[in-house]
Ligand binder design. Structure first.
Ligand code: FE2
Ligand code: FE2
Length: 217
């Protein structure tokens, strides 16, 4: 995919600017800038989605875009948009520690700690930054909950605790949509109508529509 990653990073900064809480906004901006080089070099995953250089940054952007769209679709839902945007932008920041850099010769390799996982590692990164801000301690925990519980289920790289705020549920579904649809981009064009195909997102077969009105791009 031909993506202008500098432009995508700038868009993430514009999303960050939507955060109203000054401390949360500054904290988020500092983390994005400090981790920019890694976000631009790492994949989203090595196995299931956004497997390309900068896939991690592009996925971060898409999840935040999706989350903000969900907020717009439910304008009467009284959730904290600051927590949603903060969490969406930082939900996978722990993955910056998980993968080797792309060297155009070999594949990315997982080199994070199998014993910790990106929910914990991201929470740890963000906690260090948040500790410098004079915010209510329980509110800091709420902000960290956006990162630590975005996976919602216990698994190999899953959640720290089950989600306890609607804000993190929004981030989870924004993440789920992007990580499910992105791997289908290429393979869906390689099969005919009604045929089944697999994505790298798991063992399940998907079927292409038989609708005569349906046209491939
Ligand atoms: Fe994640
Ligand atoms: Fe994600």
């Amino acid at each position: 995919m031909n993506i202008d990653l500098e432009n995508i990073f700038d868009k993430c900064i514009l999303y960050k600017d939507k955060i109203k809480n000054k401390s949360l906004k500054e904290c988020c901006g500092r983390i994005l800038i400090d981790y920019k080089d890694k976000l631009i070099k790492k994949p989203g995953t090595t196995t299931s989605h956004h497997y390309f250089e900068g896939g991690l940054l592009y996925h971060t952007y898409c999840v935040t875009r999706n989350a903000i769209t969900i907020l717009e679709l439910y304008p009467n839902l009284n959730v904290d948009s600051d927590l949603v945007i903060f969490g969406a932008l930082l939900h996978d920041i722990g993955k910056t520690k998980n993968y080797t850099d792309w060297d155009n010769k070999s594949e990315y390799k997982y080199n994070g700690s199998q014993l910790l996982g990106h929910s914990y590692e991201g929470t740890h990164i963000v906690e260090n930054y948040l500790s410098e801000y004079d915010l209510n301690e329980e509110f800091k925990n709420q902000a960290l909950h956006m990162i630590g519980s975005h996976m919602t289920e216990f698994s190999d790289c899953g959640t720290l605790v089950l989600p306890k705020m609607l804000e993190v549920i929004i981030i989870h579904f924004a993440d789920k949509i992007d990580s499910t649809l992105e791997p289908a981009h290429n393979v869906i064009n390689q099969v005919g109508k009604g045929e089944k195909y697999k994505t790298c997102n798991g063992p399940r077969d998907y079927y292409k529509s038989l609708n005569p009105e349906y046209r491939d791009f």
